[in-house]
Design a protein around this ligand. Structure first.
Ligand code: MRU
Length: 376
């Protein structure tokens, strides 16, 4: 998507690959919205670290980063011994997959790369195929998100007020985004819409990343405290809830997404507000049988006990996108208290109106019956 830097708009992808330097290029999301920088990783360990530290985050974006990280590692392998090479690839995949455990996209992305590599008879041939496959995954991520926009557009009428949670926007993918795809399509079609961005504590991806994206694209929006959604729903001020997902179980239709999604789904059901989840095909897990089997990442309690930002007086005007504008951490909570910080939750299918996929909109309970079209 376009990013305005010093008054000039330039298109960026969240994740890309520099083949000449064998490096993965990432928008440094921890600096947004106060600074815009692209960073590169020199080897797969640095790439895994960037996923773990959330330089890059969001299921689709970490999927593409893992695919590129695998290609980066494969291309760096020196030698021709195939047994040694396979052992090395197993190690690389385990490192990248372990960086963040909840999203299934990195696993699906690396499975795609490994499957494509099988066609190569030599290490050199597999090295070449690995990058082609990673590029294909990244390009499919973009075209899947564009298709989500086409299908989701029919849910959005002029005048609607839409609630989102976390950032399921282009920063969470290679481009376009999942929950944002119908929003951007409606905005481009001239429909008057307003988006409420849940702040999404503890890391505030709604207040920082989603709001920054929408501001860049000129979409009307306001940030709300996570606890404000019920009040707005009760007053009839929310017409639709649109979120993304990190893992959707194909067998059950259960949806794992950023912590607090389940709460919003309960509220939406209580107020009879449609609740939709937008996903590319790489977010579907066809293997797991139960939501309770999904590995839920537990993050540092420091995220709950404090917050990151830049120091200023309340109400001060702050320039955005400045290079070198560094954020700081402030402790908010009682200094002697500890915190618990599960990063994701699981929403049962009964609370979900529909899953927007690149193939169309489905009831979550119907994914399994329709798996032949969704796996293609
Ligand atoms: O912890 P994050 O920022 O990686 O969590 C991201 C989300 O939960 C998004 O809503 C999710 O990835 C869906 S959009 C890809």
């Amino acid at each position: 998507m376009n990013v305005a830097i010093r008054g000039r708009k330039r298109p960026f992808r969240t994740v890309s690959f520099d083949a000449a330097n064998n490096s993965v290029q990432l928008i440094e999301q921890r600096l947004l919205p106060h600074a815009f920088e692209v960073v590169s990783t020199r080897d797969y360990r640095e790439t895994a670290q960037a996923i773990r530290d959330m330089v890059v985050r969001g299921a689709g974006a970490i999927g593409a980063t893992a695919a590129y990280g695998l290609a980066q590692a494969v291309r760096a392998f020196e030698g021709t011994d195939r047994a040694q090479f396979h052992h090395y690839v197993d190690e690389v995949v385990a490192t990248l997959a372990g960086a963040r455990p909840t999203a299934v996209d990195p696993i699906n992305a690396m499975n795609d790369v490994r499957a494509a590599m099988k066609a190569g008879m030599t290490v050199a041939a597999q090295q070449e195929l690995s990058l082609l496959a990673a590029e294909t995954f990244a390009n499919n991520d973009v075209s899947d998100c564009q298709a989500l926009g086409r299908h989701g557009l029919k849910l959005i009428k002029s005048g609607m007020r839409i609630l989102t949670h976390c950032n399921a926007g282009w920063l969470a993918f290679v481009d376009v985004g999942s929950a944002t795809a119908p929003i951007y399509a409606a905005h481009a079609a001239g429909r008057q819409i307003h988006v409420f961005c849940d702040e999404t504590r503890p890391r505030s991806q709604g207040a920082t990343l989603m709001a920054w994206e929408l501001a860049q694209q000129g979409v009307s929006h306001e940030i709300i405290a996570d606890n404000a959604a019920g009040h707005l729903m009760q007053r009839g001020e929310v017409d639709l809830v649109l979120v993304g997902a990190d893992r959707v179980l194909g067998r059950t239709g259960e949806v794992t997404n950023k912590i607090g999604t389940y709460t919003k789904a309960v509220l939406a059901a209580c107020h009879k507000i449609p609740f939709y989840v937008a996903i590319p095909l790489s977010t579907i897990d066809w293997k797991l049988k139960r939501g309770t089997d999904i590995p839920i990442e537990e993050r540092s309690g420091d995220e709950v006990l404090g917050a990151w930002g830049i120091a200023c007086e309340p109400g001060a005007k702050i320039p955005t996108g400045k290079v070198g504008h560094r954020r700081t951490y402030v402790r908010v909570a009682n200094p002697t208290s500890q915190a618990r910080n599960p990063a994701f939750d699981v929403t049962p299918p009964g609370l979900i109106t529909g899953i927007i996929t690149p193939e169309g909109i489905y009831k979550p309970q119907d994914l399994w019956k329709r798996r032949s079209e969704l796996q293609s």
